[in-house]
Design a protein around this ligand. Structure first.
Ligand code: SF4
Length: 291
């Protein structure tokens, strides 16, 4: 199928199952009680957060601000010490941690009790990594492509990765770390979420087939920013669109083919609104086309 002006969506787009599950939990609690608290944003997406806040979500930044009320642990998780403090303060806690992130937390905890020092390859400022650091007593963080500041001195070391890294990026970091480790026993775990890998591959493929790529999602969303970098490397006409006002400012003149992709925290409603905007501007949705 061909069209004079057309757009198509990448094979993987919209919420991943982990984010969908957490947002649904928040919506159900809010429908029941009209009030819910979380530490930090439940997902890194302004439209989704605005919708939840309108229904009664209160976002705070520390456990001291939580009382005896309904509380949701976000998809990125929280350190166990923080959850314990919230429990002590009388909150009714619902666990919205993504099952993949939960698996990583449990792994770190098991490795720690088995005497391993754990190196997390990831961004130490990202909420998932911050939470994971609380699951072991000997945890170091190594930024992808960077150097681990303090190498563990113990005889047994384990390497795990932030779930949203690209697999290649993780492997490169693992090689660099293993080269520098003196521990005789090093175990490496594949903790990368396949959802992220599949989405990046679909976006890369789409970027090579269209004139312009629109990456939909929050600017705070690490996986959306990563998708943007991947698409931009293939197609220089790649733009990050966080809101409909970004889109209104986007020059469509002369653009015949547009590809849409999104981060894992971008809601279907926003993707539908972008598609509607493109249709109003004369674009027809197609499953795929040549440049
Ligand atoms: S990207 Fe993967 S790990 Fe992250 S929330 Fe989604 S399903 Fe979970």
């Amino acid at each position: 199928m061909s069209a004079a002006k057309s757009f198509c969506r990448a094979g993987r787009i919209g919420f991943c199952f982990g984010v969908r599950r957490t947002v649904r939990m928040a919506q159900e609690i809010l429908a029941r009680t009209g009030r819910l608290t979380s530490i930090g944003e439940i997902v890194h997406n302004p439209q989704v957060m605005e919708g939840l806040v309108r229904r009664g979500l209160r976002v705070v930044s520390s456990p001291e601000e939580v009382g005896a009320e309904d509380f949701l642990v976000r998809s990125h998780g929280l350190a166990p010490q923080v959850v314990e403090e919230i429990r002590r303060r009388g909150a009714v806690i619902s666990d919205g941690v993504c099952p993949r992130v939960k698996k990583l937390q449990t792994l770190i905890s098991v490795l720690d009790t088995s005497g391993f020092s754990v190196i997390i390859v990831g961004d130490r400022t990202h909420p998932e990594v911050k939470a994971c650091m609380g699951f072991g007593r000997r945890v170091e963080v190594c930024p992808p492509g960077g150097a681990v500041s303090r190498l563990p001195a113990s005889a047994r070391a384990a390497i795990v990765g932030q779930t949203t890294l690209s697999f290649d990026e993780y492997l490169r970091s693992v090689r660099a770390i293993v080269d520098r480790l003196s521990a005789p026993c090093v175990r490496v775990f594949n903790t990368i979420c396949r959802v992220t890998e599949e989405r990046q591959a679909a976006a890369r493929e789409l970027s090579g087939r269209v004139q312009t790529v629109l990456v939909l999602g929050g600017r705070q969303s690490a996986n959306t920013r990563k998708l943007y970098e991947i698409c931009k490397a293939v197609n220089p006409r790649t733009f990050h669109v966080e809101s409909l006002s970004d889109l209104a400012a986007f020059p469509l003149s002369g653009v015949r083919s547009i590809g849409l992709t999104s981060g894992t925290s971008t809601a279907e409603e926003f993707i539908r609104a972008v598609a509607e905007h493109l249709r109003k501007n004369g674009y027809e949705e197609v499953p795929g086309y040549a440049k």
